[in-house]
Design a protein around this ligand. Structure first.
Ligand SMILES: [Zn+2]
Length: 358
């Protein structure tokens, strides 16, 4: 009786556990038996001191990732994968590597490693940012707020009548020791060690959806308030035209478009979207003298208009940022991608096998 009542009592929990086991088993069966590929999304290969947006993988870890990919999967270019999908096939265990945004480390740090392992990759370049004197807006927030030094005690920023104010309180003075102490903090973490990280997160959320013009105005004001120049740090530069040509010269690395200014596409009018998409393609093709036919949505954002513009502009595929494997029936204009963090070899192996085998 005791046992029976216990069984009844545990029924609810047991059921969810059984369901969980069943869906896990389902996932394993599907991943082992149904052909699927994986598209990996990287941004940077660089040993950064602080990386509040979690965009960088160290060269050492990236080399380990490539070694593991070569050992357990079949590296393939995004173009080949797209061709296969368009024919209704997916090469089982195929893995395509992509990079977003166009940082110089893609050429100087990632490319030599890709060559060492002979693994192809596609780099999605934000065209108007190429070789820019200024950093990307999200990096600029790090440079202006999270680096050691002194800042004025009060920050007041406004755009279109929307005025916002912050108090730096105990974080006016930010010493090298403070910085060292907080440098592993990132935006996805709960809480913030000082007012600087709190303001950084709030500014990021505010700027994210604002039009490009507004972002520039606010960053100009922020720079003036901080009393620093707009010059990009050597570690945060983007490739210029010559560097982009060097990147693609051995044909192992391919370039795709990533708009002109990295906007949240779904918030733009059809006309604005069209110009962002078509101008970026034209700009990259004029540099590389070769067709640019792949695209990645900045911040993963897109809508039905985005897809029809891509189709009419001669693109053959587009990548989003949904972390999913690529199955046979995948839409070439909504290719899912799995973002890769700065994982060491052991952790990456475990993570990668989970994606490949379920
Ligand atoms: Zn991007």
């Amino acid at each position: 009786l005791d046992i029976k009542s216990q069984v009844t009592f545990d029924y609810g929990n047991g059921k969810t556990q059984m369901l969980r086991k069943w869906s896990r088993a389902n996932r394993i069966i599907k991943h082992r038996l149904v052909p699927h590929a994986l598209i990996l999304m990287y941004h940077r290969v660089e040993a950064l001191e602080n990386d509040p947006h979690l965009l960088a993988v160290t060269p050492e870890n990236f080399a380990s990732h490539l070694e593991v990919i070569q050992q357990y999967a079949s590296p393939i270019s995004l173009a080949e994968l797209t061709q296969a999908i368009r024919k209704g096939r997916v090469p089982h265990r195929a893995v395509a590597i992509t990079f977003d945004d166009g940082y110089t480390d893609n050429l100087y740090k990632a490319k030599p490693l890709l060559e060492r392992f002979c693994i192809p990759a596609t780099v999605f370049v934000t065209a108007s940012q190429m070789g820019g004197r200024q950093e990307f807006w999200w990096d600029e927030l790090d440079r202006l707020l999270l680096q050691p030094g002194r800042l004025p005690p009060k920050l007041r920023l406004g755009f279109n009548g929307n005025i916002r104010e912050w108090n730096l309180s105990d974080a006016v003075k930010y010493t090298q020791a403070d910085y060292k102490c907080d440098k592993t903090w990132h935006i996805e973490q709960d809480g913030a060690p000082t007012a600087r990280q709190r303001i950084f997160r709030e500014l990021f959320d505010w700027l994210f959806n604002l039009p490009e013009r507004a972002k520039h105005t606010l960053l100009d004001d922020l720079r003036e308030w901080a009393g620093v120049e707009a010059t990009a740090r050597p570690t945060h530069k983007t490739m210029n035209s010559e560097e982009l040509i060097l990147l693609t010269e051995t044909n192992l690395v391919n370039v795709g478009a990533h708009t002109m200014t990295h906007p949240v596409l779904a918030t733009l009018s059809v006309g604005e979207q069209r110009s962002e998409i078509q101008q970026s393609r034209k700009h990259l093709e004029s540099i590389l003298k070769t067709p640019v036919t792949s695209f990645a949505f900045p911040h993963g954002s897109n809508n039905a208009e985005t897809i029809s513009i891509l189709g009419e502009s001669g693109f053959v595929c587009a990548c989003n940022s949904h972390p999913e494997p690529v199955w046979r029936n995948a839409d070439p204009f909504q290719l899912p991608r799995v973002g890769v963090r700065n994982l060491d070899k052991e952790t990456f192996t475990h993570w990668f096998k989970w994606w490949m085998n379920g």
